[in-house]
Design a protein around this ligand. Structure first.
Ligand SMILES: *Cc1c(COP(=O)(O)O)cnc(C)c1O
Length: 388
């Protein structure tokens, strides 16, 4: 269908697993009831939601009542951060919000709005050159009036995995709520919430071969949250709106498949990722691997090319048939360096040229080698090397 094209952007989204589509399908047909209804149709739908909640809770190693379904990973981040910040201010006058300096916009923009509109004091935790938040750094910044700390489990942009259990232990010791955005990580890393020592954890189904527009938030029992979306009493009063039964069923099926076959998928990704990380730096001049060299997501390779515009690079690779992405945003021809790479200490002539290559379940070695082969001439063309 897509011809000779190669999809290497699995951090942006993944295709729906056919088994997930199959699991969802009856809930679009005869099992169409509203889980809030008390009649037979409602009970069938409610049973499906209960089972999905149980499946997810078993994988997270928590109580089913600690899982809230949302409309996406972004909404989970919004509910976690805004909900916890407002509740903690009400509960104990905590007015300080701490997030890492390379969070996804769903966390970053929410925290900025908490500062601008709600009067919270927002502070950014510095990251090291690999994009890691070091526990000592959190120790230095956390305060008794910190309402919530949010640090991503693994970076969507550079793939780096944060030491979440250590960071969580620091928050717990101070009695501060700890949220992690696990939307990118859950496709490859275990998400057992007790081991991670988190109070709040966000998931998004389309990053692990589930449906787009579906998310969940883990909320540790006893963690007070103000609802962001008010209305009916669905989701224990924390998230109003008729439940999206087919998507909920699909999310649980997708997470179960991901969890059951995690080791096998990761062993498929690792050699492909490592070939990218090893080969590209020696095939092109003035390139650096971004993110941690080893403590990174198994499917995630990221680079930055000096004096290259990442958006032009993505466009040029697309013309060659490769779908990748860049952390450097572009607004009407005005290239913007990646804020994450800037926070990691890259100067602007480097931070403009980011490239992310993320492999998936169907990625082959031939596809990866195809990209490695196509990349050097594209880079030298964009740098104007062949112009004399
Ligand atoms: C994709 C992503 C999100 C947003 O999830 P959506 O379901 O697309 O809203 C948030 N955080 C991270 C780290 C992500 O990778």
């Amino acid at each position: 269908m897509m011809g000779d094209r190669t999809y290497l952007d699995h951090a942006a989204t993944t295709p729906l697993d056919p088994r997930v589509l199959e699991a969802m399908s009856p809930y679009y047909r005869d099992r169409h009831g509203n889980p809030s209804s008390t009649h037979f149709y409602g009970q069938v739908a409610e049973a499906a939601v209960d089972e999905a909640r149980l499946t997810i809770s078993e994988i997270l190693d928590c109580d089913p009542m600690e899982i809230i379904f949302t409309s996406c990973g972004s909404e989970s981040d919004n509910l976690a951060l805004r909900g916890a910040a407002l509740a903690e201010r009400e509960r104990r006058e905590a007015n300080h919000v701490l997030i890492s300096s390379i969070e996804h916009p769903a966390v970053d923009k929410t925290a900025r709005q908490l500062a601008e509109l709600f009067g919270f004091e927002l502070e950014f935790l510095p990251v090291d050159e690999f994009g890691t938040v070091q526990p000592e750094v959190l120790e230095d910044h956390i305060r008794s009036d910190t309402a919530v700390v949010s640090i991503m489990y693994a970076s969507n942009e550079v793939g780096t995995i944060n030491p979440i259990p250590e960071l969580g232990a620091i928050c717990r010791q101070r009695g501060v709520r700890f949220h992690t955005d696990a939307v990118q990580a859950a496709s490859q890393l275990p998400v057992r919430v007790d081991e991670l020592r988190v109070d709040l954890l966000s998931l998004g189904a389309h990053k692990f071969y589930g449906p787009k527009g579906m998310g969940a938030l883990y909320i540790r029992r006893g963690t007070a949250l103000f609802p962001v979306q008010t209305g009916g009493a669905q989701e224990f009063g924390l998230r109003a709106g008729t439940l999206n039964v087919p998507y909920i069923v699909g999310m649980a099926a997708a997470l179960k498949i991901t969890h059951d076959q995690r080791d096998a998928w990761n062993s498929h990704y690792l050699p492909l990722r490592d070939e990218l990380l090893r080969t590209i730096p020696s095939a092109v001049p003035s390139v650096r691997v971004t993110g941690h060299p080893s403590h990174r997501l198994p499917n995630h390779a990221s680079f930055t090319f000096q004096h290259v515009d990442g958006n032009e690079l993505v466009t040029a690779l697309d013309l060659e048939g490769f779908a990748c992405s860049s952390g450097s945003a572009c607004k009407t021809g005005d290239p913007k360096p990646s804020p994450s790479l800037q926070a990691m200490g890259f100067s602007n002539d480097w931070a403009l040229g980011s490239l992310r290559v993320t492999v998936g379940r169907s990625t082959t070695q031939a596809e990866v080698r195809g990209l490695i082969h196509a990349l050097p001439p594209v880079i030298s063309r964009l740098r104007g090397d062949d112009v004399r």
